[in-house]
Design a protein around this ligand. Structure first.
Ligand code: NAD
Ligand code: UDP
Length: 321
């Protein structure tokens, strides 16, 4: 669909964004990556930095941006609780001012715009699995609120720009996604467990480990995001994108220990405040409207991710010697 269309990816130097930039280049788009490198890294862009149709701009989306583009993927925002709670005011600004600035850009250029929203809009849900029609149960004043409420407000802005200005919008509610290029110190559970197992350190389960998450491999997610962007203008979302395979954190820890062959043990740390008890996407809409379903089971995705971290930590070990 894009041909030589110019596509902007905000947060393009991050984990998901770097995979997305790569896939868009593969299919012939001109790609502009905008990132302030808060959690992203130039290293994630190594395979494409010299690509003739690729450009990187260091910029913070809380400030206005003037570019000519045909489509915008708005991914800029730290996604790990550790990082989004580091400077919570900046997190809300990134979601809210960032959305306003990118929607303004879309309005001026008449570009299509996709928002990377999150399963966090459902908070600690009483409805299980979570369909898009569920309004969620979010604490508005807790430590996760800067992210959850910021993303909820961004969804509001997207739908108001759609209703008020006729913008072509797409809202994806992304469930826990993992894969190569997560930062080793990202702090999210999959990268934490893998890095701990490979270093022979104890795997840190928060709480008793009975809380659940549903993990989607990054290639599947990127495929879903691109299908959503390509869909008919009547498809605005919100659409859940995630893998319905649901696991407790204890099961995940045991699987990582098995697949790495590590001698690591499990240790328990306090459960963070407002940590959701359970999460599983209802993905019927993504199936019906986008013909999308995830294809990579957790075991296989973990094997690929472990291979990535094994190589990365191997280089670190060599550099230290
Ligand atoms: P990430 O932290 O690896 O990437 C986020 C990127 O945004 C980084 O490159 C960071 O430097 C950049 N960024 C942050 N603030 C910025 C700002 N003010 N201006 C410009 N750039 C900024 O996280 P990710 O996992 O790749 O997540 C990408 C997007 O997907 C985020 O919006 C996140 O909320 C959403 N999401 C991800 C998941 C997941 O499990 N990976 C789940 C739900 C939603
Ligand atoms: N978690 C854990 N050990 C870790 C990191 C996270 O047990 O080292 C738990 C965390 O408490 C949560 C789940 O794993 O219940 C997923 O956490 P993550 O930060 O990856 O994502 P989110 O809570 O935003 O879904």
């Amino acid at each position: 669909m894009y041909g030589r269309d110019r596509v902007l990816v905000t947060g393009g130097a991050g984990f998901v964004g770097s995979h997305l930039c790569e896939r868009l280049l593969e299919r012939g788009a001109e790609v502009v990556c905008v990132d302030n490198f808060f959690t992203g890294a130039r290293g994630n862009l190594m395979p494409i930095l010299d690509h003739p149709r690729f450009e990187v701009i260091r910029h913070d989306v809380t400030f206005p941006l003037y570019l000519e583009v045909d489509a915008i993927y708005n991914l800029a925002c730290p996604a790990s609780p550790v990082h989004y709670q580091h400077d919570p005011v900046q997190t809300t600004k990134t979601s809210v001012h960032g959305a306003i600035n990118m929607l303004g850009l879309a309005k001026r250029t008449r570009a299509k715009i996709l928002q990377a929203s999150t399963s966090e809009v459902y908070g600690d849900p009483e409805v299980h699995p979570q369909p898009e029609s569920y309004w969620g149960r979010v604490n508005p004043i807790g430590p996760r609120s800067c992210y959850d409420e910021g993303k909820r407000c961004a969804e509001t802005l997207f739908f108001d720009y759609h209703r008020q200005h006729g913008l072509r919008i797409k809202v994806a509610r992304i469930f826990n996604t993992y894969g190569p290029r997560m930062h080793p110190d990202d702090g999210r559970v999959v990268s934490n467990f893998i890095v701990q197992a490979l270093r022979g350190a104890p795997l840190t389960i928060y709480g008793d480990g009975s809380q659940t998450r549903s993990f989607c491999y990054v290639d599947d997610l990127v495929d879903g995001l691109m299908r959503l962007m390509d869909s008919d203008d009547t498809v605005t979302g919100p659409v859940n994108l995630g893998n319905p395979g649901e696991f407790t954190m204890r099961q995940l820890a045991e699987l990582v220990i098995e697949l790495t062959g590590s001698a690591s043990r499990i240790t328990h740390l306090p459960l963070p405040q407002d940590d959701p008890r359970q999460r599983q996407p209802d993905i019927r809409q993504a199936g019906e409207k986008l013909g999308w379903a995830p294809t990579v089971p957790l075991r296989e995705g973990l094997e690929r991710t472990i291979a990535y971290f094994d190589a990365l930590l191997g280089h670190e070990r060599m550099a230290a010697e």
